[in-house]
Ligand binder design. Structure first.
Ligand code: ATP
Ligand code: MN
Ligand code: MN
Length: 305
């Protein structure tokens, strides 16, 4: 990677008309990618990215001085934002807090201007924050799990979900693992979603104890894939499809068709350079049809038994 030095500019216009200050600031020091590269990346995949974040309460990872310095996981409104939506939502504690949600391309580019690299939406929309429209099974392989086992695990999850009548979708995280995402339409109340996710993960782990573990304690994870069902409660987040990750190499969380799983080599096959090229080649969204799926979790607890 690396980037040719360009004449230093004090600021530039993002393609959405939002000013990017310090465009030449290197935010990925191992790779040389700048703040402008980040803005250009999001602009280039914007039409694919927006459907996964618009109108969803969204936490962000900000690295104002780049990934070499401190990064913050930020859940709430940032002073000075003008182009994002904001809404008061109840915290787990019961207190109200101001959450932000992207409205459009300007929101995304403005957040980049504020140092955001990663986007982490809720599994619900601002209109109905108490109803989940996504279940996310986060497959977290232990350090000594070879990649083909992660692939097999995702396939097995898909098969077992299909046996319950649930269609699922796949993405890389840009990190170690994969997410298997189940759309819900109509949405389901969070407690029901949480119970289902936990029960399903436990059932799978019991049936395949050498492959999976579904308890949150890290102690016994060696050699296994942790089925992290904890993404599924009100206020929990998962990385957005097409989000960059604030890690060396500027990897990207990439939605895939199931037919693409076999040729995948890792959870970080796609990055800030290869992701836009892939999307420019694709004729249709890798998750085409997800909004037309009609399924919910009614009777699932009974079916699981
Ligand atoms: P990997 O494949 O490497 O596991 P991942 O995105 O699944 O990548 P996890 O560590 O499994 O990473 O985290 C799952 C999700 O938890 C993240 O996508 C994010 O939305 C959320 N998360 C991460 N950090 C925090 C944090 N500090 N506070 C709350 N939620 C977080
Ligand atoms: Mn994970
Ligand atoms: Mn996890």
């Amino acid at each position: 990677a690396g980037r040719k030095p360009s004449a230093s500019k004090p600021s530039s216009r993002g393609s959405a008309g939002i000013e990017i200050t310090h465009p030449d600031r290197v935010v990925f020091p191992d790779d040389g990618y700048t703040k402008q590269d980040v803005a250009d990346y999001y602009a280039s995949i914007m039409k694919w990215f927006l459907p996964g974040v618009v109108h969803r309460p969204t936490s962000v990872i900000r690295c104002p001085e780049g990934t070499a310095k401190a990064c913050f996981f930020q859940k709430h409104m940032i002073q000075g934002l003008k182009h994002v939506g904001s809404a008061e939502l109840k915290e787990e504690s019961g207190a109200l807090a101001t959450y932000i949600y992207p409205l459009d391309a300007d929101s995304v580019i403005e957040l980049v201007q504020f140092g955001v690299l990663e986007f982490h939406p809720w599994g619900s929309t601002i209109a109905q924050p108490d109803l989940a429209d996504r279940v996310v099974f986060d497959l977290d392989p232990g350090d000594d799990v070879a990649w083909p086992r992660v692939v097999a695990a995702a396939r097995l999850m898909r098969k077992l979900l299909a046996q319950l009548g649930l269609e699922s979708f796949l993405r890389t995280t840009g990190g170690k693992g994969l997410h298997v995402v189940v759309p819900l339409n109509p949405g389901c109340a969070w407690p029901q979603v949480k119970d289902f996710a936990q029960a399903f993960a436990a059932t799978v782990a019991q049936a395949h104890p050498l492959e999976f573990i579904a308890t949150a304690t890290k102690a016994q994870r060696g050699g296994k894939i942790y089925l992290d069902y904890l993404r599924n409660s009100r206020g929990a987040t998962s990385v957005a499809s097409y989000s960059l990750r604030a890690r060396s190499g500027a990897p990207v969380a990439m939605p895939l068709r199931w037919s693409e799983l076999g040729k995948l080599r890792s959870g970080r096959d796609f990055d800030i350079r290869s992701a836009p090229k892939r999307m420019a080649r694709l004729r249709s969204d890798p998750w085409v049809g997800i909004d037309d799926v009609r399924q919910d979790l009614n009777n699932m607890t009974r079916k699981l038994r």
